[in-house]
Design a protein around this ligand. Sequence first.
Ligand code: AR6
Length: 173
Amino acid sequence: MIQQILILQGDITQLEVDAIVNAANSSLLGGGGVDGAIHRAAGRESLEECRQLKGCETGEAKITKGYNLPAKWVIHTVGPVWEGGNYGEDELLASCYRHSLTLAEEYQIKTIAFPAISTGVYRFPMERASKIAITEVNKFLHNHNSLKQIIFVCFNQSAYDSYQRVMQEITES
Ligand code: AR6
């Protein structure tokens, strides 16, 4: 099966994909940033379903239906708060991508979109986060072939530039 990685700039809540990933917090009860946007767009039932999940650990992921979103599923993952880089942040962020992709495979998801997890309120440096994101997705695609399309959704131009730069570096190395 042909697999494709795309980098787009835009609002993840608008995408018609099988699943979008939410950069949530451990309560899974909503917040600001992309989490707030996803909950607003998905609607009240989504929050109800999240409430039943009883939270999520950092680096792990849980799934709910998409409700009013164009996406069929939402995979909620909890990224690490950036504390300077010596507190296991890189590994925890990598774990978010791995757990999200594993869940996607379990649910036979073919197309999935990721925001830049942890790079907003949680302050993870964009360049470093995008390198981890692209590396983990590449590794996963190397060993699994169920996913068809992975989209990295960048909310602004500097995030988009960072993903493009890192993708080029990784492809050329
Ligand atoms: N579509 C795509 N990307 C977006 C969107 C959107 N609609 N909105 C923001 N981003 P953040 P975090 C980008 O802060 O750092 C919440 O309160 C944004 O520019 O949403 O993991 C949660 O409840 C940034 O690059 O998530 C947690 O408490 C990226 O998404 C906490 O924030 C992630 O920014 C999680 O912090």
